[in-house]
Design a protein around this ligand. Sequence first.
Ligand SMILES: [Zn+2]
Ligand SMILES: [Zn+2]
Length: 118
Amino acid sequence: MTTARIPPLADTGLWQAVMNAAAGRCQCRGACGKNHTKDGGRCPREHGGYNQHHGGGTVHLIAAPTEPADLLLPPHKAATLPKARLSAWCPACHDAAQRAARKTLATTTPATEPDALF
Ligand SMILES: [Zn+2]
Ligand SMILES: [Zn+2]
């Protein structure tokens, strides 16, 4: 996912507001599939910090929906969410949380109607 590198809400004051509320730190508390317990239950990545994975470089946090269901919204819809429904995410947690949300959606939405079996 190369598009995840571009903060979808970067052009609005909203991104800054979300970052301020998050103190510039990823707000993932396990939605990505890691529980982050050794980091106090919250991802330790901070905006502008050093990225230990993905080949190094600087961490660029993105403002994205807090709720897994909202994470599946297309960017133009996610951009209309109020700040209260957004969180700061590091790209690694955001991508993983989005994948997890898709998986949940796939397992909770049956591909075939139960009636089709009979
Ligand atoms: Zn994170
Ligand atoms: Zn995480």
